[in-house]
Design a protein around this ligand. Structure first.
Ligand code: 5GP
Ligand code: MG
Ligand code: MG
Length: 184
């Protein structure tokens, strides 16, 4: 599939699976099975986080519920400006709940810092973040991310939910694209 488009495999399917299990074990320790706040609420940001979120939910040994948000950040297609618009909001009230934002990748951190501010005004009992991938710039951004799967180089990656022009999300691994794909 997508033969000739993929330049390199950065993170294999197996590495993603192992890391997801590792993160799940760490996260599960912080949330009791019968928390008074109810089941841990995973909040995924469409569409990139979907693959990671469903695998993480199945790896977590505690009951979880799922909500999704869709946002659009204005700016160029390869970097975000921090101006965010809600395209689809959560279906449910999160007041008093333990909320875990599930992210695919943090680059500038602008999308996430906006999301943290937005969700914290809704008075959740707790609000934390788990991201599968983090790029170098995110370290500079002032967003507290408790759980990071992989720190990756400053390269554009696709697969496992991440797209280029809506393609490649269905790849089971994380990889980089041949320059020809970008019209090179
Ligand atoms: P931030 O606001 O942290 O700069 O941007 C985060 C969003 O930018 C991610 O949710 C993702 O949609 C997009 N993004 C950032 N880096 C990459 C990348 O390497 N590949 C893909 N496909 N999307 C990326
Ligand atoms: Mg995202
Ligand atoms: Mg995208």
């Amino acid at each position: 599939m997508y033969e000739g488009d993929i330049a390199s495999v950065l993170i294999s399917e197996e590495e993603i699976r192992e890391k997801t299990a590792e993160l799940a074990a760490i996260i599960a320790e912080r949330y009791p099975v019968d928390a008074p706040e109810g089941d841990l609420l995973l909040v995924g940001v469409l569409k990139g986080a979907v693959f990671f979120m469903t695998d993480l939910a199945r790896a977590l040994p505690i009951p979880t519920q799922m909500e999704f948000m869709a946002v659009s950040s204005y700016g160029s297609s390869t970097s975000s400006s921090g101006v965010v618009r809600i395209l689809k909001d959560l279906d449910k009230d999160i007041a008093g709940r333990n909320v875990l934002i599930v992210e695919d990748i943090i680059d500038s951190g602008l999308t996430l810092s906006w999301l943290m501010r937005n969700l914290s005004t809704r008075n959740p009992a707790s609000l934390e973040v788990v991201t599968l991938l983090r790029k170098p710039d995110a370290v500079k951004a002032d967003v507290p991310v408790a759980n990071v799967g992989f720190d990756i180089p400053n390269e554009f990656v696709v697969g496992y939910g991440l797209d280029y022009a809506e393609r490649y999300r269905d790849l089971p691994y994380i990889g980089t694209l041949e320059p020809t794909v970008y019209g090179g």
